[in-house]
Design a protein. Sequence first.
Length: 387
Amino acid sequence: MPTTLESAPATPAAPATPRGLEGVVANESAICYVFGEEGRLIYRGYDINDLADHSTFEETAYLLLEGDLPTRDQLKQFRADLKAAQRLEKVIQRVIKDAPLTARPMNVLRTAVSASVFIDPDKGDNGTTAEYRKAVRLIAQLPTMVAMFHRLRNGQKPLAPRKGLSLAANFLYMVSGQVPDKDAERAFDVALILHADHELNASTFAARVIAATLADMHGAVTGAIAALAGPLHGGANMEVMKMLLEIQTPDRAEAWVREALAQKNKIMGFGHRVYRTEDPRAAHLRRMSEELGRKAGQPQWFVIQRIIEDVMKQEKGLYCNVDFYSASMYYVMGIPLDLYTPIFAISRVSGWCAHVLEQHADNRLIRPRAEYVGPMDRKWVPLRKRS
């Protein structure tokens, strides 16, 4: 029996183009994976909780670059390579010194990284071995770049990295002039581990797109820094701390956040595009924030955050993310707010470099299409006839 017009199946509607490429798988990678429904994160197959509990940032950076945890000898050599590369050449020092003292630290960092290709020993060589050496130098030098500008803008003499200190301890020393105690060093080291990679986040995807054109390591990392500087990516924890400073005391917290929600204001540090449960990194930062805040005599920030967290779960069903508790943890360590995003870059450069190496190992130009939604079949009109 022929199908009537009325009973003919409707033509299925074309699927909507996902905004922001949400849910789109753009490439294969063996570096990192986010299990959104489970709230799990792995680096090279290792659970982030194991790395946070047992690893160091140097060891984690080696894992991301090489694919395996190092042996004792390999880790010793990797640390030696990092230490040998921490000092900045005079060209880069001059770039940083010439920056306006009022410049945003992320802009200075982006410029310094871009300029560092001028004097890189492997400039012009995009082979795997040369790119790996560039990665090691960038991981080593970003902390020195950030600390140097911070000291200069405060009228202080920049400090050279000290022998015998980890990357985490050296950064805190070069910023403050004081060698951190073991608790602060370990907390900061864990924070670097937790921020080191996160699959195809905006800055990592930017790095891979740039690398796919066969641009070099410095170009890809410079682009990644530019992406990270955006407030919807790397600046959230700074906004969280601004919120805490505005609230000031725990007794004001609940009313403040409820009023903000009533006005439909965004509460920074909550929700995630991939996780559907708690960000696994948040638990470590929550614990360290409480411990360091109590030790520093500033427990109020943690108390305020717990109140905000409870209200957000109750009213919005949202969990806090990695940005929420890192804000107060950095603050009680004496780190200025506008260094929060550069610290993100100091950590994430290890992941960026790993992704650039992986992209170059099996490269294909990344060239997606766009769904066109503009007008069609328009006719050219002479200028004299346009109104």
